[in-house]
Design a protein around this ligand. Sequence first.
Ligand code: TRP
Length: 451
Amino acid sequence: MKTESPKHRGLWTTRLGFILAASGSAVGLGNIWKFPYIAGQNGGGAFVLVYLVCIFVVGLPIMLSEFVVGRNTQQSPVGAFQTLSPKTPWVGIGFIGVLAGFLILSFYGVVGGWTLAYIVKSISGSVDHFGSPKEAGDFFGQFIGHTWEIVFFHALFMVLCVLIVIKGVHGGIERACDVLMPTLVVILLVLMIRSLTLDGAMEGVRFYLYPDFSKLNPQVILIALGQAFFSLSLGMGCMITYGSYLSEKENLASSTIYVVIFDTLIALLMGMVIFPAVFAMNLEPTEGPSLVFIVLPAVFSQMPFGTLVSIIFFTLLAIAALTSGISLLEVVVAYFIDQRGWTRKQAVLIACTVIFLFGVPSGLSFGALGDFKIFGMTFFDNVDNITSNYLLPIGGMLTAIFVGWIWGPKAAKQEIEQNGVRFGWVGPWSFLVKYVTPVAVGFVFLAKFFK
Ligand code: TRP
């Protein structure tokens, strides 16, 4: 028996509620933790430019496609493709999505755990009075090598996800996002000002904004593309699922634009917080996953009310991570509820436990399992690489092909224009979805494999 028939799905209560929830999914560790470190590893300005192109040329049209498919079918990804194209392999996109959600949340929860730990460490006053950035680095290095602490906070993060997702969509997910988003912007602005006024900050601004195109190669472009998908929560049916909880009154096109712009602004802002500080403090922009956790405590150590700012920042970051984590979990859970007839509670508890267990080796990748490498990468890096750089772009490309060629822009336009909403961009949008997006993603893959 189905426990949540389409008509009984929780619907978002307000338009702003939906935009905030979708932004809540999009804005997370991807913007604040991942974007700065991979921009740093991949050359700065030129990477940022390619990233922006990917966001607007590939990401934006796909996000609209996902919303449309979700709202039209009122189903999670597997069911959605089954409904629109029964008995065809297109349903595979849905399964790729469920798999990707599972894999991403497994390492996402680990980093979510780091943020929770840093709230506690801020409160106890241990991360805001480092004498030098090196001390901040050593402190973090020790922390992520500490097996039980890592597993404990990882588990805690997953438990918080469970508590919210068990309550269902608008009870938990929507309300959590309402206050958080505006507050996050304010704190990032404060940090940016502090960072920009450090001695030597301008060199960081230059690294971040001045594109040195000699740093580009197919691998860098693939990473920028993968990051665009990751940051916008695309390519795995997450936005299909969120769209499926949406009523017919909403203007999907303008909601898409809000979410994309908001997500991009947060990432860009975060770069302006991190890179000036990196250069002012003589740190390396190529530091990797630990970058933000080293640079920010070093900045907090050099500002008035550092402890307080640190507590607020890591709390907001943890909440931003949670509102993204729950959207990943929701995709996996919605599959078991909608397709397998499980109850929500069963689905959440079982999915989350298995995802947590699979995430443990990622959590230990910086300590006990640091030397355990597959393809020359740690477990953590492998799961991240497979999902961000392969599963998401493939899922997104197939979604675009599906909407552009199989379901068709006409049907999509009809869905968008319900209730008298006018969508004047059908032409450019269907051109992007039919030609530009699939060709761009395909080209990046080819370039990478045949370079
Ligand atoms: N976009 C989120 C972030 O930037 C992470 C995320 C949530 C995600 N849902 C997703 C990534 C779906 C890919 C696909 O932190």
